[in-house]
Design a binder for this molecule. Structure first.
Ligand SMILES: [Zn+2]
Length: 350
């Protein structure tokens, strides 16, 4: 590849060679290695300044930083904003940022974790509705019409997608549901949350157990589960009652993608991997629920489906429940997996 670039040394525009080179850059104190493209003067062999190539390099480095820290990309941020038909300024104001903040993020500046969380929450139209009610002046009269229309449409869609008629979940509140009514939106968002943290190693068998541990552990400390799901005693461990419908339904809704893949080539095990396709809705959960979910995510992040199955098989709840029977939340007391391995009890309580 050749480019026409001005060489400061030779004091003229030269037909520069572009070469690939691995270089290390530091962002907020962390080093990142990227493959860069550098223009070189064919006459004096100096590296040349090239705005476009340099901007590309910076983008690559920032992308790596965002990926490592699980931050939204500039394109994802723009997508959230455009759903509402908002200008960068209005979106910034609604989120309580400075007027140019969103503009800077969409141009490539890296957002702080706290700002990232707020933008994620903005994907939930109910959250945006609350923001708008608190601060109606954030949206100019010129933008109001489009924004309010989009918001209404999104709210309607959102409600439909979380109350799908296809699933006939049990609606009682008893010792098998953890004394709350089953909440489909919550269990789906628990899956999305775990999928994001486990990234490439998240399978339905693993998801089933992580959901169970999160619900059980939360019950143990607060006398109620998170999702209100009943769990069955299956061959590979506890599973949510309607697990066979849950993941295909989520795929149909565009929330996840199920990829059929070889999981353990040595043992010839193949199965589905769950990839998140949507942002999760944090606002559905209380702080104690979030803390328990975070704990379960960290605890089992690197487990294979088999490892977490084996762990769940050691639980009394599993051993004492007959096959295909419902597992009582009363076993939560005697769970082997213990939250107190990390943190204090108060963190997980209301
Ligand atoms: Zn030169």
């Amino acid at each position: 590849m050749k480019r026409s670039v001005y060489c400061l040394e030779c004091r003229k525009t030269v037909n520069a060679d572009v070469v690939e080179r691995k270089e290390t850059f530091t962002v907020r104190g962390e080093a990142f290695e990227v493959l860069t493209h550098v223009a070189i003067c064919p006459q004096c062999s100096q590296d040349l300044y090239d705005d476009e190539l340099d901007a590309n390099t910076q983008r690559l480095v920032f992308d790596q930083y965002r990926q490592k820290h699980g931050l939204l990309s500039p394109v994802e941020i723009r997508e959230v904003r455009e759903r509402y038909g908002l200008s960068q300024k209005a979106f910034s104001r609604l989120l309580g940022f400075g007027e140019v903040t969103i503009h800077r993020y969409e141009m490539g500046s890296i957002q702080e974790k706290a700002q990232d969380l707020l933008i994620r929450q903005a994907a939930d139209p109910e959250f945006m509705q609350r923001r708008y009610e608190e601060n109606p002046g954030a949206v100019s009269s010129r933008e109001k019409g489009v924004f309010e229309k989009r918001l209404t449409d999104l709210l309607q869609k959102w409600k439909q997608s979380v109350s799908l008629p296809a699933i006939s979940f049990y609606r009682n509140q008893d010792i098998y549901t953890g004394f709350i009514e089953f909440n489909l939106a919550k269990i789906m968002n628990m899956v999305l949350f775990f999928a994001k943290i486990c990234s490439e190693c998240f399978y339905p068998t693993k998801a089933n157990k992580m959901l169970w541990y999160a619900d059980m552990l939360h019950y143990r400390l607060n006398n109620r589960s998170i999702s209100g799901s009943r769990y069955l005693c299956h061959q590979y461990g506890p599973v949510p009652e309607e697990f066979k419908l849950l993941y295909p339904l989520m795929e149909k809704e565009g929330l996840i993608e199920l990829e059929y893949k070889e999981i353990d080539p040595e043992q010839g095990i193949a199965g589905q991997v769950i990839h998140p396709k949507s942002l999760w809705n944090k606002t559905l959960f209380t702080e104690s629920e979030l803390n328990v979910m975070k704990y379960v995510a960290e605890r089992f992040k690197y487990y294979s489906g088999r490892q977490i199955s084996e762990e769940s098989h050691e639980e009394e709840a599993y051993k004492e429940t007959p096959e295909y029977g419902f597992i009582s939340y009363s076993y939560a007391e005697r769970l082997r997996v213990d939250l107190l391995e990390i943190g204090t009890k108060e963190q997980y309580k209301h």
